[in-house]
Design a binder for this molecule. Structure first.
Ligand code: BGC
Length: 429
């Protein structure tokens, strides 16, 4: 490192043209630089390089059981996401409280039944499952199946006869209302992409034409789908839509009648995603700059994340964003101030990271998460190569992990949560 910097300074002072290739080889030939160097091909075996899974937790998409083989692939493997259960409760409660507070205007046809429709993101994704359960639990419409609230879609249920859900009841101001899930559907498009916003926009039009003013509230597993339904129908019809993610466009829409959303603290998640890699690359304790302040002063407080050692997982905590507080959340791409300080390049030298986003058209990952990652990668001196998937085909992404030897660390966002082994198999080679 030092040798190379001195050489570069001298060369520049002398006005010499320096070829980077020449620099690289001179560095390789050096003896004092044991792997902590600049952007070079790491000598560490691929299977031993730091690996972080994010946003889609390695798990069985039918049972939700965590894939501990993927989560503890090597000593420097972690998952970064958010607390799905806590967030789901916050979302369910936010919707219930809105109904209670606005009871006079919510029941549009005055039939004493509060009808809602639900957009489901991906029936095999544990975040999506948790959110469906959270809404059904808070509104009393959930039905237990195998020890948990059934999270399957119901199709339509105008008459309340579905068995996957039941009618709930809500007492407000001395009157008892029924709450009914009128319809729910997984928003998957014809090519197989899940959490599909356009599909949700079409679904609300179909539902509105058959269910009309029975629809009093719209719940969505995310803002991408929520905003699509808001723009195609709910805004005009003054029906509140509740989403999840606190994307900037959804937060802004609260001023125009969007019911509310949940911040899953993407600013903390994006930081953690890169920070666990950075710490492993620097050979420092994984808690550095997380629970323990680093030299620059970056540190997270316990009210924004938890770490579960047995799951090798970091979970950011969620907050409700409603008409009461949305002005504090208008820019979803702003780095989190307590962890916004630049790392020293001499101690945390530039490293190369391979990172994929499962679906280039995912609203949350594209409009909130990736811009945050791009801000943090500079602060952490990481040279990140961003790979965009099509949301449907895992091999479309794994094919682009053809040369893992060129990278120092990996950050993986799978298409399907079952597919951890498709990535680790490549690193094992
Ligand atoms: C987000 C969704 C997103 C999904 C992608 C979830 O955490 O809330 O908006 O589509 O991640 O995996």
């Amino acid at each position: 490192m030092k040798k190379r910097t001195a050489f570069l300074t001298l060369a520049l002072a002398l006005g010499l043209t320096v070829s980077l290739a020449a620099c690289g080889s001179s560095k390789d030939g050096g003896s004092s630089d044991s792997g902590s160097g600049d952007k070079t091909t790491s000598k560490v075996a691929n299977k031993d390089k730091p690996l972080v899974w994010f946003n889609r937790q390695p798990s069985n998409s039918s049972t939700g059981e965590l894939d501990m083989n993927a989560l503890s692939y090597n000593d420097n493997t972690y998952y970064v996401g958010f607390d799905a259960k806590q967030g789901a409760e916050v979302q369910g409660t936010m919707i219930k409280e809105y109904i209670e507070k606005n009871i006079d205007k919510v029941d549009r046809n005055g039939d004493g039944v509060i009808g809602y429709v639900l957009a489901i993101g991906d029936v095999g994704h544990n975040d999506s499952i948790a959110r469906t359960r959270g809404v059904r639990t808070a509104l009393g419409t959930g039905v237990e199946k195998d020890g948990a609230v059934n999270s399957e879609p119901i199709g339509t249920n105008a008459d309340g006869k579905a068995t996957i859900v039941q009618d709930g009841t809500l007492d407000v101001n001395g009157k008892t209302y029924k709450i009914r899930e009128l319809a729910s559907q997984e928003m998957k498009n014809n090519s197989g992409a899940t959490w599909d916003a356009a599909t949700a926009g079409n679904a609300i039009s179909t539902w509105a034409s058959s269910l009309g003013d029975q629809i009093d509230v719209i719940a969505s597993n995310n803002d991408g789908m929520g905003m699509s339904m808001f723009n195609s129908w709910s805004k005009e019809n003054k029906v509140p839509t509740f989403g999840y993610d606190a994307n900037s466009d959804a937060v802004a829409a609260i001023a125009e009648g969007y019911g509310g959303t949940i911040s899953q603290h993407a600013d903390v998640q994006a930081y953690l995603t890169l920070r666990v890699l950075r710490n492993a690359l620097d050979g420092v304790d994984v808690d550095t700059g997380i629970g323990t302040a680093d030299e620059a002063g970056n540190v997270l407080s316990e009210d924004v994340y938890t770490y579960k050692e047995d799951e090798r997982s970091y979970y950011a905590l969620n907050v409700a964003v409603t008409a009461d507080n949305y002005k504090d959340f208008t820019d979803s791409t702003k780095v989190y101030e307590p962890v916004s300080k630049q790392l020293d390049k001499t101690k945390s030298p530039e490293k190369k990271v391979w990172l994929d986003i499962y679906n280039s058209s995912d609203n949350f990952l594209g409009s909130t998460y990736q811009p945050l990652l791009e801000a943090y990668d500079d602060l952490m001196n990481l040279d990140v190569e961003y790979i965009a998937g099509d949301g449907q085909t895992e091999s479309n992404i794994t094919n682009r992990l053809g040369n893992p030897g060129e990278y120092d660390a990996f950050a993986i966002n799978m298409v399907k949560t079952d597919n951890g082994a498709s990535y680790t198999a490549i690193l094992n080679q």
